[in-house]
Ligand binder design. Structure first.
Ligand SMILES: [Fe+2]
Length: 238
């Protein structure tokens, strides 16, 4: 059975143009998000939309909570199921989830199990996954025969197949855990604004979506039909 996944990430919403980073159009983020939502609701009709963090640009700004509320009002208009994750630019999880709603443990759609991770920020815009969350990966695999879709902000790739700027400080441990699962897995991230192409390592696949806030203003569509996975960047229409 086919499942359509829309991946939106890195909006970096800001009340004013972002100083020193002219390519990052944070001041347009809500408008860009609304365009993406119209396209998804009216044409693409995904089964689920995942929004993978860095909703706002600066969590220390006075207006940051107001910005999150504005984005949340836009996200409410999505017709599909939705999972929203915090990124390293967003406020702490407690404040984030108060505005954006709590993150589910997992969501099953067709033969896929979507599992969001709230990983710990590490220096250099890297991340680490707790041993409790690694255990959770194993527990959610038990008795489930379908494909597991892991959602997170920071890209996680086998280093021999792809090298991004950012990484997990406990990458080896994580890759070992993923490879030990009996299920095929797809790991989807954001954070790396140019996006990273899907790579395959045995039964496991890894991809990172491009930032919505930077030209050419794209999101990622993934269509999964059994072992077959199609990925396509969608540019926003004017
Ligand atoms: Fe980020």
């Amino acid at each position: 059975m086919k499942t359509k996944i829309a991946v939106i990430t890195d909006l970096h919403y800001s009340q004013s143009p972002i100083h020193g980073l002219p390519d990052r159009k944070g001041e347009q983020a809500n408008e860009l998000l609304q365009k993406a939502i119209l396209e998804l609701n009216n044409h693409i009709k995904p089964d689920i939309t995942v929004i993978l963090g860095d909703m706002i640009d600066r969590s220390d700004e006075l207006e940051s909570e107001k910005c999150l509320e504005i984005l949340n009002n836009s996200i409410d208009k999505l017709n599909s199921k939705v999972i929203v994750l915090r990124g390293n630019h967003d406020p702490e999880q407690e404040i984030f989830s108060k505005i954006m709603g709590s993150t589910p443990d997992f969501i099953d759609i067709n033969d896929l199990r979507f599992i969001p991770f709230i990983d710990k920020d590490e220096p250099g815009c890297n991340a680490s996954r707790s041993s409790l969350d690694i255990e959770r990966m194993h527990n959610l695999s038990a008795g489930f025969s379908g494909q597991m879709v892991f959602l997170q902000h920071v890209p996680l790739f086998p280093p021999d197949l792809a090298q991004g700027y950012y990484n997990y400080t406990n990458l080896d441990e994580l890759l070992t855990a993923i490879r030990a699962l009996p299920n095929p897995t797809l790991t989807i991230a954001g954070h790396e604004h140019a996006g990273m192409e899907m790579v395959t390592s045995g039964k496991d696949r890894f991809i990172a979506a491009p930032a919505l806030c930077e030209s050419p203003f794209q999101f990622l569509m993934i269509e999964i039909d059994g072992d077959d996975i199609k990925c396509e960047y969608q540019q926003l229409k004017n």
